[in-house]
Structures are given as structure tokens and as C-alpha cells.
Design a binder for this molecule. Structure first.
Ligand SMILES: *Cc1c(COP(=O)(O)O)cnc(C)c1O
Length: 490
């Protein structure tokens, strides 16, 4: 422990294996009142030869250790988190309370439907609301993440084409797309054909028409796209693909810019996924659990995953009787706790509240865009929707990179924006403030970015060696990925 370390004890936490003392216990049991039976009575193959070298600690030491570690968390609940594309909005405490209600939280997944009517009704109602919000006809709540929803959606597209005699070979995907789009297509056996963006950062319906033929299974399009721009020709783009018998997959990760204002079902989408952990304020978790429900137009409804929630005899039941279904994509019915949270969010905001949230998300992003566009170069000079994307062209002459700006922001107590994505923008800086933030927070963030750009002119080394106040500074990220050290002992 270093006494002059600004953070003191709380950021200098050894591993449990480095602590403790032989024979120390968390608790002790009273002496046995029954005759003791030794391990001799157990099958030998189940017994260890040597005891592992576990640390021996008091209960208090263990509690403090994990509580301190939990305080190293950086979250939307502690600080501003403008991570573009990820919609790190506030997760209302009300949702948490609803998800913890005993009737939901303690419900066993194998409970017979007759004894789980409330949960099934919640699922049916959530499906109905998601269909209504997206202008689609049917929904499955099973997929566990956005990417998982994409995979399920693309499998349905493949099943549809197979049913019509030819699975087809190609999927069109804009160069600005999220990496999961080509990955989901490839996993379904499709060859990806890239669509270039035009000089306004959008896709051109004429380019789509040129690339589409009888072997095009679908286009995967994100709207608003990953530049935060509305694809204003989406209806013509969808028509060009439909004309050749292809389908339109709409990546719904950016629904936070559309809820209560516009519906993908009116734009020609045949299938889309929702990211409940983005748009519907459920937690992102450390990579999970999330939820990526899919919504489809009638022509794809038969292919939805089973089981499906159906009305039966005045109540609800689960049905597997869909011969064309792609089958199960998740154990049981998906991440049910997330569904409860999303449903609570929808009911607590209501239609007007959702529209207002969308408008505030768009206003906040445009506020940041306008207040920073003189110090950072906006990638495409268009009003944005829920996020704005800058390039590094004003940083480059200062000898400072996007990464340096991102790292220096950590010293100001902000999470860094998404960087180097989308790939079509040089040194992209993608800022998504969400509707949750106050003007004061946005002003502090804007002031921090401006201060860093000014610092880059005066003392670029200070920016390039940031962060200076975090537990660790620059990490060798390549080595961490290539040679991960997963054991405590080398
Ligand atoms: C987040 C995101 C995805 C993937 O969603 P996950 O829930 O992270 O799997 C797909 N597309 C876009 C545009 C996204 O922002």
C-alpha cells in the first residue's frame, strides 16, 4: 500500500489468494451431534488427493474485498457513459423492483403454463407492444442479444427462401454496418456484398438496385444508420430488394431514435431485432444477460422460433405447433427478467413518454454535435438523430489520435465515446448521450472535450500519455487479446 497514492487503499486491492492466514475461517459450525462419517464412505474416484491452495479468510475480509472490487465498476449509474451505438441510458429502479417481484423472480421455468398465466400474459402483452411500436405483425422474445436476434432473423430469411425453392446466395450490407451484420449473414451461409455509402453517409437506392439480383436473399440495413443519420431513401431501398424477391432485415439497435415517431414496418422492413438492453432501458450486464426480441411481417411469422405464446381457452399457453419454425434459439423463453424490465419501462412511459424520450435523445445528440463541431470535425454535416459521429481530422495535425482523446476523457470521470467505429470514418468518435442526461452533464462533457483539444495544442504529451488518474494507464490491448492470462498463478 502506497500512502501517497491519491486513491489510497480502495484502488490497491490484492487478490484473495495473496491474503489471509492459515486456519482463519469465515464461520465455524458447532460440534456435530451425530456420529462423524469420514470421506472413506465416499467413492474414491470422487475424492481429491490434495486440497487446492484456497485462501483462508474471515467473512469480513471477503466482504470488503468484493465490495471494494464492485466499486471499481464504471456504469451508467455512476457516471456519464456516451458510448455510441450502445444506448447507455438510465435503467430505472422501478424496472428493477418489478423484475424482483417474487411471482416473477422465483418462477421456475418448468412451471406448467396453467400456473404461470401472469408471466405468459406479460410476454403476450410485451409482444403486442413491440409489434405496435415497430409496425410489425408478430414477435418472438427468445433471442438473448441483438446479434442473436440478427442470427434468428437471418435463419428465418433463409428458411423462407428455401421454402420458395432457392435459399439464394448473397446478402447486401452497407460498409457502415455493425460487424455483427456480416457475421450473422455468414453464419447462415451467405456471401456478403458490401454497399458503399454516398457522400452524405447514406445508401443510394440506385446502388442497391444495381447490386440486387435473383440470388440476393436480403439486405441488412440499420436505420438510423451507424452515423446517426436517417436513411431517407429506405422505402426505395426496400422496394428495390423486394422487386427481386429479396427481403429486408432492419437492424433495430438504433430504435432509440424512432420509438413513438416512426415504424420500420412502414419503411419496408420484413424483420428486425430490438435490443431491450439499449432502447428499453434494461441493463447491458457484462455482455449479458440482454434480450434481442425479433419482430416480423406476416410473411415470416410461420418461421419464428418456438415455443410461442398463444391464446388458449381464455388464457395463455405455449405452443410448439409451427411446422416451419426455425426451432428454439434459447433455453426456455429467453431472458425473462429482461422482459419484465422492458415491459415496466413501456408501461411507465406510455406512448407519449416514449415519443418524448426519443425527441430528447435526438435533441441531446444534436446539442453535443453543435457545441463540438468547431473543435472536432463532424463526419457528415447533416443533423443527426440519437448520436453524432466526428472524425479525427482536426486532431491529426496536433499529433494526437482519437484513442488519446478517449483515454484523456477518463481523467475527467467520463466514459469514452465509441471510437474507430463506424469504419468508414477516419478515427471515428461516436457520441450517444441518450435522453437521460441533463444539460449540465452535457455541458461538463463538452467542456472536457474542448479542454482536451486545447491541451493537445499546448501539451500534446499530456494527452498522449493519458489516463493519469485511473488504476492502470495504457494497457497492451493486443497482448491482452492474444495471450490472455486467465489464471492468477502464472
Ligand atoms: C449493439 C448493436 C448490435 C448488436 O447488439 P448486441 O446486443 O450487442 O449483440 C447490432 N447492430 C448495431 C447497429 C448495434 O449498435
Amino acid at each position: 500500500m502506497k500512502p501517497d497514492d491519491a486513491h489510497g487503499r480502495s484502488l490497491d486491492e490484492p487478490a484473495l489468494f495473496e491474503r489471509g492466514s492459515s486456519g482463519r475461517r469465515g464461520y465455524t459450525l458447532p460440534p456435530l451431534s451425530a456420529p462423524e462419517r469420514g470421506v472413506e464412505s465416499l467413492p474414491a474416484e470422487l475424492c481429491r488427493e490434495d486440497l487446492p491452495d484456497f485462501p483462508e479468510l474471515s467473512e469480513m475480509e471477503v466482504l470488503r474485498h468484493f465490495l471494494r472490487l464492485s466499486q471499481w465498476n464504471f456504469s451508467a449509474a455512476t457516471n456519464f457513459y456516451p458510448l455510441g451505438s450502445c444506448t447507455m441510458k438510465y435503467n430505472p429502479v422501478l424496472n428493477e423492483r418489478m423484475a424482483r417481484l417474487g411471482g416473477f423472480a422465483d418462477l421456475h421455468p418448468l412451471t406448467p403454463p396453467g400456473a404461470a398465466q401472469g408471466a405468459l400474459e406479460l410476454m403476450a402483452e410485451l409482444e403486442r407492444l413491440l409489434a405496435e411500436l415497430s409496425g410489425m405483425d408478430a414477435v418472438s422474445l427468445q433471442p438473448a442479444a441483438g446479434a442473436h436476434g440478427e442470427l434468428a432473423g437471418m435463419k428465418m430469411i433463409r428458411a423462407h427462401h428455401l421454402d420458395h425453392g432457392n435459399p439464394r446466395r448473397k446478402v447486401l450490407i452497407p460498409r457502415s454496418a455493425h460487424g455483427t451484420n456480416p457475421a450473422s449473414s455468414a453464419l447462415c451461409g451467405y456471401q456478403v456484398v458490401a454497399v458503399e455509402s454516398n457522400d452524405r453517409g447514406m445508401i443510394d437506392p440506385a446502388a442497391v438496385a444495381r447490386l440486387t439480383d435473383g440470388e440476393t436473399a436480403a439486405i441488412m440495413v440499420t436505420n438510423p444508420n451507424t452515423l446517426g443519420l436517417f436513411e431517407k431513401d429506405i422505402v426505395r431501398i426496400a422496394a428495390a430488394v423486394h422487386e427481386k424477391g429479396g427481403l429486408v432485415y432492419l437492424d433495430g439497435a438504433n430504435m432509440n431514435a424512432l420509438l413513438g415517431v416512426a415504424k420500420p414496418g412502414h419503411m419496408g422492413a420484413d424483420v428486425l431485432q430490438f435490443n431491450l438492453h439499449k432502447t428499453f432501458s434494461t441493463p447491458h450486464g457484462g455482455g449479458g444477460p440482454g434480450a434481442g426480441p425479433i419482430a416480423v411481417r406476416q410473411r415470416l411469422a410461420d418461421y419464428l422460433p418456438v415455443p410461442r405464446v398463444v391464446r388458449a381457452g381464455g388464457g395463455y399457453a405455449l405452443s410448439e405447433e409451427y411446422a416451419k419454425s426455425i426451432g428454439r434459439v434459447r433455453a426456455f423463453y429467453g431472458n425473462f427478467g429482461m422482459l419484465v424490465r422492458a415491459y415496466a419501462y413501456l408501461l411507465s412511459l406510455g406512448g407519449d413518454g416514449l415519443r418524448r424520450a426519443t425527441q430528447m435523445a435526438i435533441l441531446n445528440a444534436n446539442y453535443v454535435r453543435k457545441r463540438l463541431e468547431d473543435v472536432l470535425e463532424i463526419a457528415y454535416a447533416e443533423p443527426c438523430l440519437h448520436e453524432c459521429v466526428f472524425s479525427d481530422s482536426k486532431l491529426q495535425p496536433l499529433g494526437v489520435k482519437t484513442l488519446d482523446l478517449a483515454k484523456r476523457l477518463l481523467d475527467y470521470g467520463f466514459y469514452a465515446p465509441t471510437i474507430y467505429f463506424p469504419l468508414i470514418v477516419s478515427g471515428a468518435i461516436m457520441i450517444e448521450p441518450t435522453e437521460s442526461e441533463t444539460r449540465e452533464t452535457l455541458d461538463e462533457f463538452i467542456a472536457a472535450v474542448r479542454a482536451i483539444v486545447a491541451e493537445a495544442k499546448e501539451a500534446p504529451e499530456r494527452v498522449k500519455s493519458a489516463p493519469h488518474t485511473t488504476r492502470v494507464s495504457r494497457l497492451d490491448e493486443v497482448r491482452a487479446a492474444r495471450q490472455p492470462r486467465l489464471r492468477w498463478k502464472p
